[in-house]
Design a protein around this ligand. Structure first.
Ligand code: CMX
Length: 440
């Protein structure tokens, strides 16, 4: 067994035993109650999932295994001469729960580089799609095409004990994370660079190699990729991509099927696709105003127009957060260092000043502050990755680190099939009229 795999199993199986003890003693303890509004309105605030890799506080934002983003930037190992954290280190932290050493991270990088080969039939599946197919659809289809490689599915078919599930899920996790940058880069080069593909460079770290295969050799872009792949990796368990991956995995669908489900959720405009929508929204505004440097007054007018047309302002709001997303701040700090004079970056900062008071003024939007997607596109555009339709694929490559680490934990814990109960409105009405004693 590889060194992380052994460590993971030792740590996770100990935690699993501890949980059995907790459930034996406190399994019937009520930790929450559900209201009708929660049942009808997206299950907001229902505490009904356990996810070990990260925890979201509505005011403070995300912490990965207890570490905030500024702490991760400080503590996680960096590339030689770099200042941004290596995402392999975050994966190690999410999987094992402790900050890795430089040699731990080098080990993860080497394992991922070794496992990164993608069979040609996956590329053939992508090639069969019309070029105009959205990159997220191409990404999801490629992940499904790769499912033939699932060691979990093969072992399950051959008949394995429940106790062994985690081991095959772990192997699929490592193989999938290793291969995703190659698949994503293939889709990018196919769609936007005349199919001129770039072979991986096994000497580079995971994020730098992704940058290389996309065709960007600038050290600034590599650093951006390391930061980007770190901050998008996880956002506790209830967001659509994490929850979908976990839910589908609970049916013992293998990690390829589970992750593809998560990516189909990430492709929605209220979730990951918002990073594409933010740039479209800004560019449409600039086009209508015939400028690349809109004033705050012009932005305010455009925001009001957007709201009047019954549309959302992309990149703003969140189902859990109630303050500026620390992932937005981390990108802002990066931009201050590397591209503060960029017109688009300046516009993003002006929008940050203008939008919150307007959204707050509507009286109905619970979080008027920017989320991660409000800033990411401006940074990518600065370095020349201008094809915004591709941005959610980059989010997806990063998100694999968190949701797949969680899937490994799910299987060591032996989490059962996820199957909440639903009711009909007819039943609700009868219960409210006291025609039936309870809703079940
Ligand atoms: N612009 C306009 N209206 C907004 C809004 C925004 N940015 N954010 C919320 N609202 C509206 C909602 O659509 C809802 O309107 P209705 O009552 O008419 O249906 C109302 O305000 C209340 O919504 P909420 O409770 O504040 O927010 P939700 O938890 O329902 O939704 C989210 C959260 C993210 C879907 C929403 O804020 C939104 O649509 N934002 C824009 C899209 C976006 O940036 N998504 C990315 C999120 C981060 C990520 O997952 O990547």
């Amino acid at each position: 067994m590889g060194q992380i795999k052994e460590q993971f199993y030792e740590i996770a199986s100990k935690a699993s035993e501890e949980i059995k003890g907790i459930l034996k003693e406190h399994g019937e303890t009520v930790i929450d109650t559900v209201t009708l509004a929660q049942a009808y309105q997206g299950m907001r605030g229902i505490l009904g999932l356990v996810t070990e890799t990260s925890l979201l506080d509505s005011n403070e934002g995300i912490r990965f295994r207890g570490y905030s983003i500024p702490e991760l930037i400080e503590k996680l190992p960096k590339a030689d001469g770099g200042t941004q954290p290596l995402p392999e280190g975050l994966f190690h932290l999410m999987l094992l729960g402790t900050i890795p050493t430089e040699s731990d991270v080098e080990h993860v990088s080497a394992v991922l580089a070794r496992r990164s080969h993608v069979p040609n039939y996956v590329f053939d599946a992508v090639e069969a799609l019309p070029l105009h197919t959205h990159p997220m659809t191409q990404f999801s289809i490629a992940i499904l095409a790769l499912q033939t490689e699932s060691l979990f599915a093969k072992a399950y078919k051959e008949g394995i004990s429940k106790k062994e599930y985690w081991s095959y899920v772990y192997e699929d996790t490592m193989n999938l994370i290793a291969r995703l940058p190659r698949i994503a880069a293939y889709i990018f080069r196919r769609k936007y660079r005349n199919g001129e593909h770039i072979q991986p460079n096994g000497m580079l770290d995971w994020a730098a190699n992704f940058a290389h295969m996309l065709g960007f050799e600038d050290e600034g872009f590599r650093e951006l990729m390391r930061l980007y792949m770190t901050i998008h990796a996880d956002h506790e368990g209830g967001n659509v991509s994490a929850h979908a991956t976990h839910l589908v995995g609970s049916a013992l669908s293998d990690p390829y099927l589970s992750f593809a489900a998560g990516m189909n959720g990430l492709a929605g405009p209220l979730h990951g696709l918002a990073n594409q929508e933010v740039i479209r929204w800004i560019e449409e505004m600039n086009e209508q105003l015939n400028t690349t440097t809109p004033s705050k007054e012009q932005i305010a007018e455009y925001v009001l127009k957007t709201l009047k047309e019954g549309k959302v302002v992309p990149g703003y709001g969140h189902a859990v957060l109630r303050k500026t997303d620390p992932r937005f701040i981390a990108q802002m700090e990066f931009a201050k260092k590397y591209c503060a004079e960029d017109d688009l970056v300046q516009t993003v900062w002006k929008i940050y000043e203008v939008v919150p008071p307007i959204l707050e003024g509507t009286g109905k939007i619970k979080n008027p502050w920017p989320n991660v997607d409000a800033h990411s596109g401006a940074l990518l555009k600065h370095y020349g990755l201008v094809e915004e339709d591709f941005y959610t694929v980059m989010f997806g490559v990063s998100r694999a680190l968190g949701v797949l680490a969680s899937l490994c934990w799910d299987r060591v814990y032996g989490f059962p099939l996820e199957r909440p109960k639903s009711v009909t409105t007819n039943q609700v009405k009868k219960w409210l009229n006291k025609e039936i004693p309870n809703l079940e």
